[in-house]
Design a protein around this ligand. Structure first.
Ligand SMILES: Nc1nc2c(ncn2[C@@H]2O[C@H](COP(=O)(O)OP(=O)(O)OP(=O)(O)O)[C@@H](O)[C@H]2O)c(=O)[nH]1
Ligand SMILES: [Mg+2]
Length: 279
């Protein structure tokens, strides 16, 4: 059920919403992680809404808070390199595998780089995914520098002339500046061989408003070109997607809706918005 659906149902047939309707909507939006700033802006611009055109008006208002930047993956003439970054446990490795499966299903050759060298299990996890979705995984020795693994992967992928190289990185807390600087280093080193077309930040939809703080700090450390919002399945709190786009103008490119490799899709603003508005 969309976060606006109760509001729309209540004001149907009414000329305008009454004060109690607005209060209820405000509570609903805050509860869905839209955050105070966006909630206030939406309510302010929605004040003129009439019952009979509520859906169209709300769609237009919400749409104006989404990014106008393109949502397709930025392609390179050479191998297209995608780095996947984010805080611990947001779903980076799973999203790397899902993205690989998605690209492979449309006929692309894909190589994965296991640049999360922080834990041995991280490399195993990516290799298991690589086998499952049928793509090669390039890994270094345990404890190797993430930048050196990424560099080797870039060199190999260029030789192989694959279409895509997707680099999995270790989870890191956005307030750890040395770890944030490491991401910039990984990017810089890869770029000795291949341009990095995309840095995709993975945000867990259930982390709520903290997702905005994460996105802000990651975007300061490395040029984030897009977002993957994960765990949108079973989450009534997907409003954080809208809040991040509105605050930072970074386009959401993909969404994750489950643990399987096909639980992944391009972010489609119109279906996202109608999911928020209708029931
Ligand atoms: N329900 C659901 N679970 C997900 C989704 N994406 C990832 N997960 C689960 O979230 C957990 C963490 O996923 P990982 O891909 O290992 O996360 P990570 O960001 O790579 O974690 P670290 O490398 O430890 O930082 C796993 O149990 C995944 O199955 C999703 O879209 N929906
Ligand atoms: Mg991982």
């Amino acid at each position: 059920m969309g976060i606006f659906s109760q509001f729309v149902a209540k004001i149907k047939g009414q000329s305008t919403a009454d004060p109690q309707d607005w209060q209820e909507l405000e509570a609903e939006l805050l509860g869905a992680d839209l955050g105070p700033t966006l909630t206030f802006e939406i309510i302010r611009s929605a004040k003129s809404i009439k019952g009979d055109d509520a859906i169209a008006s709300l769609t237009q208002i919400l749409n104006s808070h989404l990014s106008a930047k393109p949502r397709d993956l930025i392609m390179s003439n050479d191998v297209t390199v995608v780095m996947v970054v984010g805080v611990n446990g947001t779903g980076k490795t799973t999203s790397v595998a899902k993205l690989a499966a998605y690209l492979k299903s449309s006929g692309n050759s894909v190589v994965l780089a296991a640049a999360d060298t922080f834990r041995a299990a991280a490399v195993d996890q990516l290799q298991t995914w690589g086998k499952r979705v049928g793509v090669d995984v390039i890994a270094g020795k345990e404890g190797a520098e993430p930048a050196s693994v990424a560099f080797d992967a870039a060199t190999r992928t260029k030789e192989l002339n694959s279409d895509y190289l997707i680099i999995d990185t270790a989870g890191r807390l956005h307030n750890k500046s040395d770890l944030m600087a490491e991401l910039e280093k990984v990017k810089r080193v890869v770029e000795k061989t291949l341009a990095v077309s995309e840095v995709l930040l993975v945000i867990d939809a259930t982390t709520g408003q903290n997702g905005i703080a994460q996105a802000k700090i990651f975007a300061e450390a490395v040029e984030v070109t897009g977002l993957i919002i994960t765990k949108l399945d079973g989450s009534a709190r997907g409003g954080v997607a809208l809040a991040i786009e509105s605050a930072l103008d970074i386009p959401i490119k993909f969404i994750g809706t489950g643990e399987g490799d096909t639980d992944f899709a391009l972010f489609e603003p119109s279906s996202y918005l109608s999911g928020l508005i209708s029931d």
